[in-house]
Design a protein around this ligand. Sequence first.
Ligand SMILES: [Fe+2]
Ligand SMILES: [Fe+2]
Length: 266
Amino acid sequence: METARVLEISSKLDISDIDWEAAKAAGITEEEEFILTYFADIEAQTIIYMRDLLHTTAIDDPGVIGFLSAWNYEEYFHGEALAKVLDVCGNPLQQDRIAAVRRNATWGEKLLAWVTSKVSRFLNDRFVTLYMTWGAVQEFTTHAGYQRIRETTKNPVLDEIVKRIMKQERVHFSWYYNNAKKRLEANPSHRKLVRFMLERFWSPVGAGVKTDEEVARLFTDLFGEGYGDKLVTDVDHKIGQLPGMDGIQIMGSWFSGNVQPLLGRS
Ligand SMILES: [Fe+2]
Ligand SMILES: [Fe+2]
C-alpha cells in the first residue's frame, strides 16, 4: 500500500456509537485485564517509538513521514479505546500511565535507541529496508494478538472495538510489508543484513518497556497450547515470502526460547 492511500483512508478510530453500559455489563476476565493493559500501553507508547525513529535515516524515505504521522495518530486512539474498556470494566489505568510505562524502559532500551540512530547513518539505505521489514513483523504480530482477543473474549463490545482496530492494523501491516517487499526486490544487497538483524535481534512489541515475564505471559495467555505453533508458522511463513527471507525463523526462535519453557515444553 502506498503512503498516499494510507493518508486517504486514515482516520481516528470511531467508537462514538459504542454501548459502554453493555461493555461494563459483560465485563472482562483477569487475563483480559492483563492483556488489554499490555496492548493499551504499547499502543500509547507509539509516539515514543516514533520519536526514536525520527532520529534515524528511516525518515529519509519520502513516504515515511506521511505514513508515520497517520500511523501514530491511529495507534494513539487504539490505546485510548482499550483504556476506556478497562475503565468501564472497573480497571482504570493510572492518569500518568504513558510516563509511568516509559519509566520502565530499561537502560538497554534507551541505549538501543541511541545506537540505532547512529547505526542507521552507517547503514543508510539498508536501514530503511530493515525498518520496513521489522515493522511488518510487529504489525503482523499485533494483528494476530488482536485476532486471539476476538476469538477468546466473551465481551461483545470488546470484540467489536477490536474488530475496528484490526481493520487499521491490516493497513499498517500492508504498508510495511509492501514497502519491505519493494525494497528487498530492488536491493538484493540489503537482504543479508535484514535477515541477520531480524534473526538475531527481533523481540515482540513492548519488550523494551515490559519485563521478560510480562512479555512471555502475554504470549502464554494469548497463544497457549496449539495457538503458539500457528502464530510461529504464520509469522515466519509470511515474512519468509519476502525476497531473501525464505525459511527465516523470527517468531520460531523467539517463541521456543521465551514462551515454550513456560508452556512446559522444551
Ligand atoms: Fe494499534
Ligand atoms: Fe499498527
